[in-house]
Design a binder for this molecule. Sequence first.
Ligand code: UD1
Length: 339
Amino acid sequence: MKILVTGGTGYIGSHTVVELQAKGYEVIIVDNLSNSSIEVLDNIARISGKKPLFEKFDLTDPEKTAAFFKLHNDIQAVIHFAAFKAVGESVEFPLMYYRNNLISLINILQGMVDNNIRDLVFSSSCTVYGQPEQLPAREDTPVQKAASPYGNTKQVCEEIITDTSITANIRGILLRYFNPIGAHESAFIGELPLGVPNCLMPYITQTAIGKRPFLRVWGDDYDTPDGTAIRDYLHVVDLAKAHVIAVERMTGGNCKEKVEVFNLGTGKGMSVLEVINSFERSTGVKLNYEIMERRAGDIVKVWADTDYANKELGWKAEKTLDEMTSSAWKWELALAKKK
Ligand code: UD1
């Protein structure tokens, strides 16, 4: 069975390709390499023994996307990761975000409709919940007005898929990720942030290796047990496995609705200081950090209700926070060795 993975050389995409290959799927990646490297293909092959098929082009190009789908009309399902994902950048360049994230999805859906490809797994985000009034966030927790163009692209993409599924032969599984961190245990693939990272985990590992002088902890006066903000961190390999299950649910005809939504998290909230403690404990490396003012736009706390994903998908995030932080460190060490 052939699966299209858009954005398959990216962070979550590459881990998902490895899990798909482990289950015997043939994978074809489409990526424009705007935020990833071609070497990822060889690194995937070092893990799985098989290099995925690859085509480099921009999915916002309607002609190229249409030609691709026509040529590969034997694709059984699509997992769509390819998107811009930096919140701050989206505030600065909203049109770039709307153009990239919306048009690529529209072109993909058109290609699917034209070639009778039914099943789409979409990379969504817990960002759609904003700061929920009740925690944990459930799939039916109201979606809030997006705080950034990036967040809005996730909401609008969810709506585009839902609207399309009403009249077209399209089914969707919308996966709302909480905070994926960590790397494959081989340390052959992992997160490759360009420039200065915004996200916590790569900032921690880059500080520990000496690329950054210290980590800024954005605020310790929140209404949380230790005053730092809380997120639901999950291991990227656990997250990747959920995509394989979602594909199997769709291709196996087991979906209960045309569009289904699942939260993917551990169900446990962790504070910034807990992540730092886990990093120090699991690696034995001491981290320089300083408490700063709150970061504008940050929410205080969010974690997932994972009951629905546990029950319906038979999926559960299994890896511990220490496994997440230690694997992220192993990956940073592997990157340092390459240079
Ligand atoms: C961010 C995005 C979110 C996106 C998600 C993808 C924002 C406002 N939100 O979420 O839309 O879906 O990434 O992974 O950017 N922290 C520090 N110091 C740092 C970096 C982070 O203290 O140098 C803290 C943050 O204040 C936050 C936590 O670590 O409390 C996690 O931050 P981050 O990794 O950026 O993720 P989110 O803010 O949850």
